[in-house]
Design a binder for this molecule. Structure first.
Ligand SMILES: N[C@@H](CCC(=O)N[C@@H](CS)C(=O)NCC(=O)O)C(=O)O
Length: 224
């Protein structure tokens, strides 16, 4: 059965293509393009899933959204013991932790940064601009940026302790963690001052499956 991936350009669904390439599973990409002005997904995605977001996969009768759930499903169903540590081990618990952390903890401040940066620089009536900019700068400076920096320090420390997020072996948790780290490199201030995280990005970008997934998904440029 060929898996169908509902793929939005420059988005989290890139991770699903990458996972399928790592697994060597056949898949079909159904493409959707963001609105160039709003950057939102097109309304057709709402016919696939009520939230109208990507990724969503179809595997026979199954339709599944939420990238972490999709990666866990794919590892379990098609991994043959690869890409997910054995149940009951400390590695498995770390795998579960990072699977949730990526979207539940790391992404929210990065998304807030994107939104408040837009408020800071977006079009608005001239009389509202100084007030809106002042609020945006204050939220960014007092809450968003310090939070991102704390997360980056934390992740840097974790990768100083072990090569991959779950342990000694590459797993689907690393695929899940790629998106917040790529977003942080694009807009969150991740740079050479955090060498373990930069090295992680280099190592994943060198994987043949990662590169094949980029070819399959089209250009991959995260919003900054
Ligand atoms: N937590 C969800 C987030 C899904 C999500 O927000 N997807 C973004 C792509 S990066 C999207 O579809 N955005 C377009 C929109 O909200 O219109 C997941 O990890 O799958």
């Amino acid at each position: 059965m060929t898996i169908v991936v509902h793929h939005l350009n420059n988005s989290r669904s890139q991770r699903v293509l990458w996972m399928l390439e790592e697994l060597g599973r056949p898949y079909k990409v159904k493409r959707y393009q963001r609105d160039p002005k709003t950057m939102l997904a097109p309304p057709e995605l709402r016919a696939v899933h009520p939230l109208g977001k990507s990724p969503v996969i179809e595997d026979g009768e199954l339709k599944l959204a939420e990238s972490g759930a999709i990666l866990e499903y794919l590892a379990e169903r098609y991994g043959d013991g690869r890409f997910a540590p054995a149940a009951g081990t400390p590695e498995r618990l770390r795998y579960t932790y990072w699977m949730h952390y990526a979207e539940g903890s790391a992404m929210p401040p990065l998304l807030m940064k994107l939104v408040f940066k837009r408020i800071e620089s977006g079009p608005m009536p001239f009389f509202a601009r100084p007030v809106a900019r002042g609020i945006a700068r204050r939220v960014l400076g007092t809450f968003v940026e310090p939070n991102i920096a704390r997360h980056l320090d934390y992740m840097e420390g974790e990768l100083a302790a072990r090569p991959w997020f779950a342990g000694e072996a590459f797993s689907a948790a690393d695929i899940q963690m790629s998106f917040p780290l790529e977003a942080a490199a694009s807009r969150g201030g991740l740079d050479a001052s955090r060498p373990k995280l930069m090295d992680f990005l280099e190592r994943i970008h060198a994987r043949p499956a990662y590169r094949r997934a980029i070819e399959a998904g089209g250009a991959y440029e995260l919003l900054s």
